[in-house]
Design a protein around this ligand. Structure first.
Ligand SMILES: NC(=O)c1ccc[n+]([C@@H]2O[C@H](COP(=O)([O-])OP(=O)(O)OC[C@H]3O[C@@H](n4cnc5c(N)ncnc54)[C@H](OP(=O)(O)O)[C@@H]3O)[C@@H](O)[C@H]2O)c1
Length: 344
């Protein structure tokens, strides 16, 4: 089969460079163009020696015709660079948040900008294949989910979909430092972040409306709300989200066995989301596109605890973006992203 041509906007961030690594090895894709601002004109291998084999040069703008473009730009700027390409007929996978939220009013509230193309928010498909595979297959604009939302939504979706829990949900997440991006900041300095764990965005994190939006689609009460608290931990990669929900009266009377069956059924046939029998650890997903989900019943307190674990740069960003591209172009869903996790 003829390979499709792909481009990456902003290859010099962590999400962009991880995309380049994955796309370069993809059997159905030719990576033809990668852009960057301060590194424009340099060889990709000069900035990232592990990618020297590509021979690609970083340019200020996309240099070739592409069939698909991945934007790994920050929010607001991403929509600005994507829209002209999208209007020319290029398929887009946006790794930023610019097309994830359906309500235009949420952009000024959570991201401090007015959306430049609100009419496209309904058209863009939220790229979580486990929930939206059929729409992704027909889409030409996919909003790749956030890293925390991927782990939390996949951990909680079976409970919400089957109406097993009350709609007041708690998500406690821990992320490695690469989740904050490659731009230097004081809190991500080694001396600040090593041997240290901190909670942040306690007044409200941008991923909260995204988690609520997607879980609300599975719930028919109209009352779903999420208390989300993210933490940064001294890891390079990885997210673990521990989610807490109160069991509805009369539900899950079959105990842990029933809970396991609900999850196994929900994710049956999924190539990347696996229900595991032991508590998953971030290292069990490192470098892979896996999401490991572990539900456990707490009968004494009437709660379910559901854990979701991913590599934030793979299933939480670049890997899921390629999974979406595979679905959009009719490639095998696992093409280019079937690597096993790296251990130790
Ligand atoms: N990191 C993750 O785990 C993760 C997960 C899911 C989604 N995302 C999303 O992916 C996108 C990229 O995130 P990231 O973590 O990869 O970012 P990052 O590592 O912080 O990327 C920063 C890069 O962006 C460039 N840049 C910043 N502002 C720019 C502008 N106005 N114009 C052109 N280039 C600009 C900088 O290049 P210069 O050196 O040229 O300034 C820098 O190389 C974001 O939208 C983020 O929300 C990230």
């Amino acid at each position: 089969m003829k390979k499709i041509k792909a481009g990456i906007i902003n290859v010099t961030g962590y999400a962009g460079v991880e995309l380049a690594r994955i796309l370069w090895q993809h059997p159905d894709v030719e990576l033809v163009s990668v852009t960057g601002r301060s590194a424009a004109g340099k060889k990709l291998g000069e900035v990232f020696p592990h990618l020297a084999v590509t021979g690609l040069t970083i340019t200020a703008e996309l240099e070739d015709h592409v069939d698909v473009v991945f934007s790994a730009m920050g929010h607001k700027v991403s929509a600005e660079v994507i829209l002209p390409l999208y209007r020319k007929g290029v398929c887009v996978v946006d790794i930023s948040a610019d097309f994830r939220l359906k309500s235009p009013a949420q952009y000024p509230e959570w991201y401090s900008f007015d959306h430049p193309s609100p009419e496209l928010l309904e058209k863009a498909v939220y790229g979580l294949p486990e929930l939206h595979r059929k729409e992704i297959a027909k889409a030409d604009l996919v909003a790749n989910p956030g890293c925390y939302p991927t782990s939390a939504i996949l951990a909680l979706a079976p409970l919400v979909k089957h109406g097993l829990v009350e709609t007041d949900l708690i998500v406690d997440s821990k992320s490695g430092v690469s989740g904050a991006g490659r731009t230097l900041t004081l809190p991500t300095h080694f001396a600040e972040q090593s041997d240290n764990v901190r909670a942040y965005s306690l007044s409200g994190h941008r991923h909260q409306p995204e988690i609520e939006q997607e879980l609300a689609l599975l719930d028919n009460s109209g009352r779903l709300q999420v208390t989300f608290v993210p933490h940064v931990v001294p890891l390079t990669r990885g997210i673990i989200s521990t989610c807490y929900a109160n069991i509805k009266p009369g539900k899950l009377t079959g105990g842990q066995e029933e809970l396991d069956q609900v999850y196994q059924q929900f994710y049956r046939g999924e190539p990347f989301t696996r229900v595991v029998q032991e508590p998953p650890e971030t290292k069990h997903t490192w470098g892979s596109n896996l999401c490991l989900v572990y539900p456990v019943l707490k009968p004494k307190t009437g709660k379910v605890v559901a854990i979701g674990v991913i590599d934030n740069l793979v299933k939480g960003a670049a890997g899921q973006a390629v999974q979406n591209m595979n679905i959009m172009f009719g490639f095998p869903e696992t093409a280019g992203i079937d690597a096993l996790p790296v251990y130790p």
